[in-house]
Design a protein around this ligand. Structure first.
Ligand code: ZN
Ligand code: ZN
Length: 480
């Protein structure tokens, strides 16, 4: 019964029963959108942007001097293009860096392991080395069952199942638990260090870094290291042969007090409704072991290029288009949280928001989370994107990028342009996240989709926001 009600509600929300089925984009706007799409497909602007960022700035660890250089780069870029105002908005954050790492298997024989400290990792004691026997755990659930104090003087190694590569990235969340919370159980059990199988779908000898989760604001006191999948395979085979394992670890990772980070905010000011904002963006920081091309130089490049093509039109759009280069995403969405706080008064004027942060693969789907009454207009934008090979996904289905979460939680409508993620977790957070992994044609397809979306959203006479009363009605309906 419930599913019938849900199906009927979904039909109503998608306009099947009450709302008008079709929304006609004004012919002049549709024509301009087509011109912009074709310009985007022919343009190498996004490629130039990501090439410049990854080559001239390089890796951009959150809170580092490199991230500061990236902000200066972003500000200069915005000023060299046709944006009307460019601002750097600072915030403070705690700074962690990985320092130096030695990691090797020392029994049954010596083998250098390819590892990387995870963000938030502690260091080895007094900067000395740990030389300890290894206790093998088949997965993080096995580690979570370990008794308090039972790993004293040991190194915990947490294996796991392969990260299943999918178009949507659905395999990441489950696989990521060992990276995020494994250390909390290793530390509770008294281990000297924890080593985890990298959260990645590749079979190269690359470690995948990434942040651990804090425990109520507390970070790991012990080293927390990810090793490459082939190294983890080797340890598993030895363990399954009944061979005792030992490791050597020396890590100088740790925290270094409060530093300044920031967001770069670049506006094309609307001609009729300058206070209403259509926001797109990516994150400027990257992990430091690659050059942050797919994560997330591509998202920065796609956003800047789409906005710049619109800024080159003879007339400004009706609404303001805002590109945000978020700082410090990798270490906990710190730039996104700072943006939502610093712009709290303005959030009700954000009519639509989205972020590109899933690599540089082709976009295959367009999802949204907008007011039901605006859904026919979103469907119409979807029809403009259809020739680019993009399916219209559902409304109330809005994966819209991590840095959009704090805004979405404050009621900002969102859309998402889903990129093909089949190879994303081969490269994600590895030394292999470099410019050559980006396909220029796929990058241009991304810009084409964004330029259509942003141009139309900024010009259509449609409000994507949900009036307060309407959301109450929906909530009551959902409860029945
Ligand atoms: Zn990212
Ligand atoms: Zn990332």
């Amino acid at each position: 019964m419930k599913s019938i009600i849900a199906a009927a509600a979904a039909l109503m929300l998608t306009g099947g029963v009450f709302a008008q089925d079709t929304f006609e984009i004004e012919p002049a706007q549709a024509a301009t959108a087509d011109v912009l799409v074709n310009q985007a497909l022919d343009s190498d602007l996004a490629w130039s942007v990501v090439e410049s960022l990854t080559t001239e700035v390089g890796p951009r660890l959150a809170g580092s001097e490199a991230e500061a250089r990236a902000r200066a780069w972003g500000e200069a870029l915005g000023n060299s293009l046709n944006f009307d105002r460019v601002a750097v908005e600072n915030f403070t954050m705690p700074f962690w860096d990985r320092g130096e790492l030695e990691i090797s298997m020392t029994a049954p024989y010596n083998l250098a392991l390819h590892g990387a400290a995870l963000g938030g990792s502690g260091r080895s004691p007094r900067l000395g080395a740990i030389n300890s026997d290894v206790v093998y755990f088949r997965n993080v659930a096995a580690l979570m069952a370990v008794a308090d104090g039972s790993l004293e003087g040991k190194i915990a190694f947490v294996d796991g199942d392969p990260l299943v590569a999918t178009q949507t990235g659905a395999g990441y969340g489950p696989a990521n638990q060992r990276r995020r919370i494994g250390w909390q159980h290793a530390e509770r059990a008294g281990a000297d260090a924890i080593v985890v199988r990298s959260v990645g779908s590749d079979h190269h000898r690359n470690p995948h870094t990434g942040m651990i989760s804090s425990r109520d604001g507390e970070w790991a006191r012990i080293p927390v290291i990810a090793i490459s999948n082939p190294d983890a395979d080797q340890l598993r085979r030895l363990h399954e042969n009944g061979t005792p394992l030992a490791m050597h670890i020396r890590s100088t990772a740790g925290w270094h007090g409060e530093v300044t980070s920031g967001n770069v905010v670049m506006d094309i000011v609307g001609s009729e409704l300058p206070d209403e904002i259509v926001l797109i963006g990516g994150h400027l920081d990257s992990w430091d072991i690659g050059t942050g091309a797919i994560d997330d130089g591509a998202g920065i490049a796609i956003s800047v290029a789409a906005a710049e093509l619109i800024a080159r039109l003879p007339e400004r759009p009706r609404r303001t288009i805002r590109v945000v280069m978020f700082g410090a995403e990798e270490v906990g969405l710190l730039g996104a949280r700072a943006y939502a706080e610093q712009h709290a008064d303005e959030l009700p004027n954000h009519v639509l928001a989205t972020e590109s942060d899933f690599g540089a693969g082709r976009i295959w789907q367009f999802v949204s989370n907008v007011d039901a009454a605006a859904n026919p207009a979103i469907d119409a934008i979807g029809r403009v994107m259809a020739p680019l090979g993009i399916l219209r996904g559902g409304n109330e289905d809005g994966e819209s990028g991590p840095d959009i979460i704090p805004m979405a939680m404050n009621g900002v409508p969102t859309v998402g342009l889903s990129q093909d993620g089949m190879d994303y977790f081969n490269l994600h957070h590895t030394p292999d996240d470099t410019l050559d992994k980006i396909d220029p044609d796929a990058l241009a397809q991304n810009v084409a989709a964004y330029v259509a979306l942003v141009y139309l959203a900024a010009n259509m006479d449609v409000d994507f926001r949900t009036p307060a009363e309407a959301s109450d009605v929906e909530e009551n309906a959902a409860e029945q």
